[in-house]
Ligand binder design. Structure first.
Ligand code: FAD
Ligand code: UDP
Length: 373
């Protein structure tokens, strides 16, 4: 009999399992995919750590979380500065003086602000949706060229039907600063994320290719408590209906060229290009292999966003009103499952970043292990 059975070896499951072991608990982790790590899994191809389930850049403002992850891997100094390609014109992201110079030819922050303020006037009330939020942040020109097409491809919904908060993540700066994140700490684990997760799970029993829900009753008998990090609606066999998710298809190619696009991420912000972005993985580690040599080939992934259907991977929860309401009903059912902890992006149906998932896992662990004393 284990103290805990953890369903899912993503960041939430791995952090919880690590903490449980550190507190002297016995843990079994079951993972339905063939590999550990959930969405942060990386796989080496041609000497390049490929972010197989989407590009992941670690960033946080919390020294506690930064110190925590640095126990498991050394991080490099990668700073995310994606480029936007709008019909062949290139713009810097996030929205900053380089972007405004390219868009309007403005030179000073004052000129940029004057243009933004003129365009912002279009929205005189509290923004009610993503379109209004975007225009009131940066004006219509940036919205039309750099936000509308990308967002509608990514979410498969009109910007007028999306919640305003999604776009609040993006900084708007009147400085020449292409750093996408407002974070004190940022980087990529040298050698890839899989290695970080494997270090977290060291000494813990893990079974891959095992779906907890397929044999739930049997697994429940194996442990005193369950930590479930899969989709909350799947746990309840969709009895209240399906929550909506966005899924992503990655088309990955090895190219016999050392440099395809000169940057880790290029976003295609027009509506016509079918993919949302292209990731060139080698640039997360500056184009070098582990011995510091230049890599002769490159690996790219085109990302295509689609509506989730059963059997697809659910990547992004859609936190609009309709889904939030359904989620709160599932949450009520979850509260009755007193032996099960629901955690992570899918268990909580939240658009969490990695640092938020770690913070949540550490805080639940603290509660769990101090009350168990
Ligand atoms: P997951 O990583 O989804 O792990 C859940 C695991 O549970 C999976 O391995 C799954 O196979 C397994 N599982 C599910 N059901 C079962 C079952 N029934 N039985 C057994 N196993 C099961 N965050 C950042 O901070 N920076 C970024 O740049 C960033 N980029 C992202 C890009 C993309 C495309 C996506 C989708 C997310 C991105 N994120 C980013 C968010 C980040 O991926 C998450 O915050 C984090 O990985 C979530 O960890 P998790 O453990 O909650 O979930
Ligand atoms: N976004 C955009 N244009 C871009 C990049 C982002 O309009 O070139 C918007 C879009 O609405 C997206 C949101 O900002 O859903 C958050 O983007 P981010 O890149 O942070 O999301 P990720 O997919 O990496 O989680």
């Amino acid at each position: 009999m284990y103290d805990y059975l953890v369903a899912g070896s993503g960041l939430f499951g791995a952090v919880f399992a690590h903490e449980a072991k550190a507190h002297g608990k016995s843990v079994l982790v079951v993972e339905k995919r063939p590999n550990v790590g959930g969405n942060i899994y990386t796989e080496e191809i041609e000497g390049i750590n490929v972010h197989k389930y989407g590009a992941h850049i670690f960033h946080t403002n919390s020294r506690k979380i930064w110190n925590f992850v640095n126990q498991f891997a050394e991080f490099n100094r990668f700073t995310n500065s994606p480029i936007a390609n709008y019909k062949g014109e290139l713009y810097s992201l996030p929205f900053n003086m380089y972007t405004f110079n390219k868009m309007w030819g403005v030179i000073t922050p004052e000129e940029a602000l004057t243009t933004i303020e003129e365009q912002r006037k279009e929205i005189s009330h509290e923004p009610q949706n993503l379109e209004e939020q975007a225009i009131s942040l940066v004006g219509r020109d940036v919205y039309e060229r750099l936000i509308k097409g990308y967002t509608e491809k990514q979410w498969g919904r009109d910007c007028k039907d999306l919640p305003a908060f999604i776009i609040k993540r993006l900084p708007v700066r009147l400085t020449f600063d292409n750093n996408y994140f407002n974070a004190l700490y940022q980087g990529i684990p040298i050698g890839g994320y899989t290695h970080l997760i494997e270090n977290m799970l060291e000494g813990i029993e893990v079974k891959t290719n095992v779906d907890y829900l397929e044999n739930k009753e049997e697994f429940d008998k194996l442990a005193n408590k369950i930590v479930y990090t899969g989709s909350i609606d799947a746990y309840f066999n969709y009895e209240l209906g399906y929550l909506e998710y966005r899924s992503v298809r990655f088309e990955t190619e090895v190219l016999d060229t050392p440099n395809f696009q000169g940057n880790a991420a290029v976003n295609y912000t027009d509506r016509e290009t079918p993919w949302t972005r292209i990731i060139e993985h080698k640039w997360f580690e500056f184009g070098k292999d582990k011995d510091g040599n230049d890599l002769p080939k490159t690996v790219i992934s085109r990302e295509y966003s689609s509506e989730w259907k059963p059997d697809d991977e659910p990547y992004y929860p859609i936190n609009d009103q309709k889904n939030s309401l359904l989620f709160s009903k599932y949450q009520k059912l979850a509260e009755k499952e007193t032996n099960t902890i629901f955690g992570g992006r899918l268990g909580n149906y939240k658009y969490y970043d990695m640092d938020q998932v770690i913070a949540e896992a550490l805080s639940i662990s603290e509660k769990e292990f101090s009350s168990a004393l």
